[in-house]
Design a protein around this ligand. Structure first.
Ligand SMILES: NC(=O)c1ccc[n+]([C@@H]2O[C@H](COP(=O)([O-])OP(=O)(O)OC[C@H]3O[C@@H](n4cnc5c(N)ncnc54)[C@H](OP(=O)(O)O)[C@@H]3O)[C@@H](O)[C@H]2O)c1
Length: 340
């Protein structure tokens, strides 16, 4: 049994990790922590876990984490991992960090978009970007996983195949992204109140969202070209789910079958990417509460345009599901263990 610690256990991603890991054959939750005033049993904090787990959630205490855990998930707000990751790695633990703190290789870019100083530059170099469809071999041996962001997971999976094929203009990519409210975490913020979100729909952080440089970094890496996307996130009045519509200009004429073949071949062996047949497009209700990413392609040969639509659950493939998928790869478990 692999002994697991979860820091940030009372947040949305932490709660989802507990739920997934309780169904996992080879993982045992050994330690739970959050920024919590009074230690409390996790099944009292989340009554849905009653009868499934009996473990007290406390403030993180490093000695206890090191003594009790083999692998630690950090589901903390950004910057909170800096004080913990170096110590866990030094103690020989494997770490999967769900925050953005180790995702961006370019430190000034991290500091510009997150508006904070980066406090663990050395470990950024060692971190493996945890997108299994692209880095499975590196993930196997990784000590530190930078688990991808939710918007970037859908955007990269939807864009990379056609970008690598060379069929689309690299400087003309528009990502129109929509997320449910749990994407912002369990925080009390005026803009996220029910009365503000319900029956509303709006764009925010247009072309300045912190996930845009992450998407650009990864798409540049896989295509070996400098990619700068145009990224427009929107807030959807639903609890969970991300749907992205991505617009491309084709370099030369191509038809639906040709582009669909590129995607089907690219993801043929992937357990969690489903390329839909012609005429179908992804919808949230097919992916929420699952670890799947559904993708569809729509080509207009006359206009030479391609529109790719992708959908994921922000807390599963966009966060905790993908984190467990990475853990499974790191430890040689079946990749879908706990996830289907
Ligand atoms: N939500 C998503 O869809 C999603 C998707 C991908 C990645 N992520 C990333 O995953 C991380 C967690 O996101 P979330 O949505 O779960 O956030 P959240 O709901 O706000 O939860 C944050 C958790 O961190 C705990 N925490 C905060 N400061 C802490 C500290 N100093 N020491 C120990 N625990 C502390 C909180 O404890 P208290 O409850 O006691 O305050 C809570 O358990 C973030 O970095 C986020 O960007 C989230």
């Amino acid at each position: 049994m692999l002994n697991i610690g979860i820091l940030g256990a009372t947040g949305y991603a932490g709660e989802e990790l507990i739920d997934i890991l309780l169904k996992h054959k080879y993982a045992r939750i050994a330690y739970l922590a959050a920024k919590i005033d009074q230690p409390d049993n996790i099944s009292s904090i989340f009554p849905k876990f009653k009868g499934r787990i009996d473990l007290v959630c406390t403030e993180p205490k490093l000695d206890e984490i090191i003594a009790k855990c083999d692998l630690v998930f950090l589901a903390l707000p950004h910057t909170q991992s800096f004080g913990i990751v170096p110590k866990l790695l030094k103690a020989g633990k494997r770490v999967i960090d769900l925050s953005a703190d180790y995702r961006l290789k370019d430190i000034p870019v991290y500091e510009k978009f997150y508006k904070v100083v980066h406090a663990d530059k050395d470990n950024v170099k060692k971190a493996v970007y945890g997108l299994p469809e692209f880095y499975r071999e590196e993930i196997k041996a990784a000590k530190l996983i930078a688990n991808p962001g939710c918007y970037p997971t859908a955007a990269i999976l939807a864009t990379a195949p056609v970008l690598i094929s060379g069929l689309v203009e690299e400087d003309c990519i528009f990502i129109d992204a929509k997320s449910g409210v749990s994407g912002a975490g369990r925080r009390a913020v005026n803009d996220l109140m029910f009365t503000e979100v319900n029956e509303n729909f709006k764009a925010y952080k247009v072309n300045v969202h912190q996930h845009m440089p992450e998407i650009d970094q990864e798409l540049s890496g896989v295509s070996k070209k400098t990619i700068k996307t145009n990224f427009v996130p929107h807030l959807l009045p639903v609890n969970r789910g991300i749907l992205e519509t991505i617009y491309f200009k084709l370099k030369k004429s191509a038809d639906q079958k040709q582009v669909l073949d590129i995607y089907k071949r690219f993801y043929k062996k992937e357990p969690f990417v489903r390329v839909l047949d012609e005429g179908k497009n992804p919808q949230l209700k097919d992916v929420v509460y699952t670890n799947y990413c559904d993708i569809a392609v729509n080509v207009d040969p006359e206009k030479k345009t391609l529109i790719v639509v992708a959908a994921i659950d922000n807390l599963k493939k966009g966060a905790s599901g993908q984190a467990v998928q990475n853990m499974n790869i790191m430890h040689g478990f079946a990749e879908s263990e706990g996830l289907v």
